[in-house]
Design a binder for this molecule. Structure first.
Ligand SMILES: CC(C)(COP(=O)(O)OP(=O)(O)OC[C@H]1O[C@@H](n2cnc3c(N)ncnc32)[C@H](O)[C@@H]1OP(=O)(O)O)[C@@H](O)C(=O)NCCC(=O)NCCS
Length: 192
């Protein structure tokens, strides 16, 4: 049995209410980090949240960090969205990465990302992971770089946040070992 107070688990239907509460906290407390607002997400039915963490098709999965010492409270999460389309099903999207402030700096986001990468690697034909992070979100961009993501471009003024227009940094993680040959020669390492 795993005696670690904090553990990473694959989210199932029973987690849906805790997942919704945690993500609504995320959209409120880290508004600049996300493309959707808390108001938009609060209006989604429970079926939307359920589909987001454990869709019957298997195209959406999510992982959670659970704190046993806090009665099994969900303190972090990350989601993966796979594609069924023949032209895009070789790539999956990482979304909804969040760790509640009191649980940060203990490696939980890194463990969540490792679980997501392991899931992606287990899917036949999956070649890369993609995501976007808001320009200036040093914690998120540092996290993704530490896992092996490479930033390849920025969409200027991609979102209007409470603190003004912000760019979105596009990042990609190669699962095949051949991406360096396919990336532009000078993939921007200085993107913030
Ligand atoms: C980004 C976030 C998920 C990191 O969670 P965390 O559990 O504190 O991260 P970890 O402790 O697992 O850190 C893993 C790595 O991420 C990077 N990192 C984490 N916090 C960082 C910070 N404040 N500054 C720079 N790099 C940071 C580091 O590379 C770190 O590795 P290290 O500790 O060996 O240096 C968390 O800060 C968060 O939820 N932020 C608000 C929401 C958000 O920005 N989500 C991302 C949307 S794209």
């Amino acid at each position: 049995m795993n005696d670690e107070p904090l553990s990473i688990t694959r989210l199932v239907a029973d987690h849906v209410e805790a997942y919704r509460a945690l993500m609504l906290e995320a959209y409120e407390l880290a508004a600049d980090a996300f493309t959707s607002t808390a108001e938009e997400r609060r209006a989604e039915p429970m079926s939307w949240w359920l589909k987001r963490i454990a869709s019957p098709s298997g195209l959406n999965v999510a992982f959670g960090a659970v704190d046993r010492q806090a009665g099994g409270r969900l303190v972090g999460t990350v989601g993966l969205e796979f594609s069924a389309k023949p032209k895009t099903r070789h790539s999956a999207l990482v979304l909804g990465m969040y760790v509640t402030p009191a649980a940060r700096g203990r490696g939980l986001a890194a463990q969540l990302m490792q679980a997501a990468v392991a899931e992606a690697r287990s899917r036949p034909g999956l070649r890369s992971l993609t995501l976007t992070a808001t320009e200036g979100n040093e914690a998120a961009i540092g996290l993704y770089r530490s896992i092996g993501f490479v930033a390849w471009g920025v969409e200027p003024e991609a979102i209007l946040t409470p603190s003004g227009f912000k760019g979105k940094v596009f990042m990609n993680m190669d699962l095949t070992g051949t991406m360096p040959e396919r990336l532009p020669p000078a993939a921007p390492q200085t993107i913030r």
